[in-house]
Design a protein around this ligand. Sequence first.
Ligand code: NAD
Length: 248
Amino acid sequence: MIIVGDDPASRVYVNNKKKACEECGIYSEEYALPANTPEKELLELIDTLNGRKEISGILVQLPVPEHIDEKKIISAISPEKDVDAFHPINVGKIMVGDFDFVPCTPAGVMELIAESGIDVSGKECVVVGRSNIVGKPQAMLLLHKNGTVTICHSKTKNLAEKTKAADILVAAVGIPNFIKGDMIKPGAVVIDVGINRIEGKKLVGDVEFESAEKVAGAITPVPGGVGPMTIAMLMKNTVRAAVVQAEK
Ligand code: NAD
């Protein structure tokens, strides 16, 4: 795990991932670099870790400081050690449906759906948000499970009309309490990816839980819903990466 700078949210995420590694018996190393670390130095570190056989997975906690080119960093990680599945090769593999691992948050959402016995096939699935990390891969994974998928974003018109048609609604917007109960179809499965910090303390999702839970058939809370699943999927990806590399 590499963390550059002292963003408090990133620190919490890295600590949680470290703790999860310990709980699972996965050996981990943390590289905490100062915010002014030159890009070249970070690239050299990634190169060293790429070459170390006993390291199966490399994760650079995003965002990185502005002087560092995020795309360059992601592309420098060996695709088979890219346990976040952000490398363009892994993104392409997800597109064609032939992948070893998928980004942890959408993977966690799919696991929640599967474990709850919900069949995606033929369902109207609406994903609100189109980021490379969540929205886009989420839509692709639902499509691979034969959902009929609509992606909504900041330029979508009549959003409530779209969300109200969803049998499965995934919110990954980053706006606190954005999806209200009256935007949800009765009985729908509502998955809230959002993690928003209110007044620096309380965590709330993108879905207004109080109004949504009265309408939804199933709903994930924030905190304690998708967040822990994301970390669990990171552990799964890391084990998978180790197996794939051992089998080579
Ligand atoms: P992002 O900012 O990259 O993307 C937000 C998306 O929301 C954009 O695609 C944008 O088009 C869309 N959007 C913005 N305003 C909108 C509007 N008015 N109507 C419809 N769509 C709108 O964010 P992200 O990285 O995808 O993260 C989204 C949320 O999920 C954030 O709260 C983030 O903290 C959270 N998150 C949680 C986890 C987890 O482990 N649970 C992981 C990653 C991100």
